[in-house]
Design a protein around this ligand. Structure first.
Ligand SMILES: C[S@@+](CC[C@H](N)C(=O)[O-])C[C@H]1O[C@@H](n2cnc3c(N)ncnc32)[C@H](O)[C@@H]1O
Length: 354
């Protein structure tokens, strides 16, 4: 399926499906009495509970330097909270004029009108180039349709946090479950595409618990690590870090015991995953494994770097997009020893995607 696939969401059918999904996942529509907005758009209006909003912003690692875009902003609570709690700038976009009115009113009440802006606009027509954080509470197919735009317009390192719905083949860098319990909410890390720097083979079963109120949370977890649910809130949050483009043919020189030797790599990239081959000085090839991109950073391993002695290499570096070079270091593991050298790779040519 290509990223340019167009999904047809015609009002009533989409609305029916949407309500079905939400009702199934949360049951919030029933308990909160929230009805769909006056303008149907691609997704009906259901607000993210404030406790979950707080977790979404924390997960995005927000700071005052960020520019947060909430696509389908509802009553503006995500950007208003970003401005109020963190001093970040925010843009809320919603197709429903009633929601925009409510957003502006909420911003005024919190005294953050100088930091936020609300636009009555179709989210698919919103320019995202200025955003450093994008938040979403849409629907699976809407996320899927939005995906190429996010990857094209957002700068590497920008974070996307989605309430409830994933991005299909673009696996999340982090996935947590927000479990409501007495006295706050708890984050349970359910992993996915594992965090940068951790071997991709790991299952990500760590539990990251914290009370929303800052109080220490009394864990009542069962053996699965998931706490019993209190109330109706049980949301899954997904986070992606927009990857820079590392696909291409790279070359570098290393000082070895036999003198300076030139190496190469043919790297392929699918979203934040890196695969390919390293080319040894004698032109033979070794497989690249555990390759991962996070923003401008890359890491990959070459387990069989030297055919003879089982030497393994770990490459870690950062792309300078202006010079198109990766600078970092390579750690050489072999014969029970570990040695780290500077690594500077130059891109010979970019590869076609896929
Ligand atoms: C589920 S609500 C999420 C509200 C808010 N982001 C939150 O998390 O509380 C989805 C919102 O998207 C808006 N929406 C639906 N289709 C849209 C479109 N094509 N462009 C802009 N907004 C849209 C709806 O009006 C609704 O307010």
């Amino acid at each position: 399926m290509s990223d340019t696939t167009q999904w047809k969401w015609s009002g009533r059918r989409a609305l029916g499906t949407a309500i079905g999904i939400w009702a199934a996942v949360f049951g919030w529509l029933a308990v909160s009495g929230v009805a769909a907005g006056e303008d149907e758009g691609d997704v009906p209006y259901v607000p993210t509970p404030q406790k979950v909003v707080n977790k979404m912003l924390k997960m995005a690692e927000i700071s005052k330097d960020d520019v947060v875009y909430d696509l389908g902003c509802g009553d503006g609570r995500i950007v208003v909270t970003a401005a109020d709690k963190y001093g970040a700038k925010g843009i809320g976009v919603d197709i429903d004029p009633q929601r925009i009115k409510e957003s502006r009113k909420n911003a005024k009440e919190k005294g953050v009108t100088d930091l936020v802006e609300f636009r009555e606009q179709d989210l698919f027509k919103t320019d995202l180039t200025e955003a450093t954080i994008v938040t979403l509470y849409l629907l699976p197919d809407v996320n899927r349709k939005l995906r190429p735009k996010l990857l094209k317009q957002l700068r590497p390192g920008a974070r996307v946090v989605s309430h409830s719905f994933d991005m299909d083949e673009w696996k999340a860098d982090k996935k947590v479950r927000v479990v409501e319990k007495e006295g706050g909410v708890e984050l349970v890390d359910v992993g996915d595409f594992s965090e940068f720097g951790v071997s991709l083979g790991s299952s990500g079963s760590d539990t990251d618990s914290e009370s929303d109120s800052g109080e220490s949370s009394q864990s009542e977890s069962d053996s699965s690590g998931i706490s019993p649910v209190v109330g109706n809130s049980k949301a899954t949050l997904y986070k992606w870090v927009v990857p820079a483009d590392f696909a291409g043919v790279w070359s570098w020189t290393l000082k070895t015991s036999a003198g300076k030797r030139t190496y190469g790599a043919i790297l392929k990239q699918t979203f934040q995953g890196i695969s390919g081959q390293m080319v040894r000085p004698d032109q033979t090839k070794a497989t690249v494994t555990n390759g991962k991109v996070k923003g401008y950073q890359v890491r990959f391993e070459v387990p069989e770097a030297l055919k003879s002695d089982g030497q393994k290499l770990l490459f870690e570096g950062r792309l300078d997009p202006k010079r198109d070079v990766i600078e970092g270091n390579v750690t050489i593991f072999g014969n029970g020893e570990e040695k780290t050298l500077d690594w500077k790779a130059i891109r010979a040519n970019p590869l076609e995607d896929g």
